[in-house]
Design a protein around this ligand. Structure first.
Ligand SMILES: [Zn+2]
Length: 271
């Protein structure tokens, strides 16, 4: 069967070179194929990404919540980091019973709206103080509170429809078939750039919520991100394709917040 398909394809292509009628017949088919492919690239693929994330989120949350080293609010003999997680959840008006703590290599979080998973690496060498640990915990809790993960999914489900609609509204002369595909990749690139911009916005929002009104936490953030630059050598990504603001930038705005919050308390930060 495979052999037959192969020989058919091999037989058809030379036909286009020798027979002008065959080429004329194939041109609209090729055009239709390109339009379909373009639609798949700029609309189908991103929506598939969003739908897959939506489909998986509950399973991901449940899987982590039921894993052996996950710690729930009622668990006895909690390690220090878990204690901080439940304590800060309470401080941030998140029901600690909806929070599951898990130790992990990277600090991250995932929430399906009812269960909030906070993954923290308390042994992260970049963490130098309890305030810094507290700030990281609050940052991950802020992602859960603001439902940033769900907003990411909504982005993938709706933004492609908007970009596709906008490109259809623009009255451009009919594009040659291959340009349609290139244009679709262009729109997909725009979507990714938009997605990363949204991610960076979420990160800064989570940073701000994590700091709250405590200048000590803002200062802890400044110190953490100042350390973070040389130790992790971050910012390998292109700035517009980075999911997080550059550590230098995060250090800078944490210091600004520290100064503002200290001023509100009639205090001054001396570094
Ligand atoms: Zn984050």
């Amino acid at each position: 069967m495979k052999k037959l398909t192969k020989s058919l394809i091999l037989a058809i292509f030379p036909l286009f070179f020798v027979c002008p009628q065959a080429e004329a017949m194939a041109a609209p088919l090729f055009g239709r194929f390109c339009s379909f492919a373009a639609l798949g690239i700029s609309l189908g693929y991103p929506i598939y990404v969003g739908a897959e994330k939506l489909y998986k989120i509950n399973d991901t949350v449940e899987e982590i919540a039921s894993s052996s080293d996950a710690i729930t609010f009622d668990a006895k003999q909690k390690p220090k980091a878990a204690e901080i997680v439940f304590e800060e959840a309470e401080n941030m008006d998140i029901d600690p019973k909806t929070v599951v703590y898990k130790e992990n290599g990277h600090h991250s979080s995932v929430s399906n709206g009812t269960t909030n998973i906070v993954k923290i690496n308390p042994k992260d060498p970049a963490i130098q103080s309890e305030d810094q640990l507290r700030l990281i915990v609050r940052h991950e809790l802020a992602h859960c509170k603001q439902q940033h993960g769900i907003k990411d999914i909504l982005f993938w489900l709706f933004a492609p429809v908007i970009t596709e609609g906008a490109s259809k509204l623009r009255k451009t002369p009919a594009m040659p078939p291959t340009s349609r595909i290139l244009g679709a990749f262009g729109r997909l690139g725009l979507l990714y750039a938009g997605y990363f911009a949204l991610k960076r916005f979420h990160e800064e929002e989570a940073d701000r919520i994590a700091v709250g009104s405590d200048p000590a936490l803002a200062l802890a953030g400044y110190e953490f991100f100042n350390e973070y630059v040389p130790s992790k050598g971050a910012l390998k990504d292109l700035p517009f394709m980075a999911s997080h603001p550059a550590p230098e930038e995060r250090a800078k705005y944490h210091l600004e917040w520290a100064n503002q919050l200290a001023a509100e308390l009639d205090k001054k930060i001396i570094l």
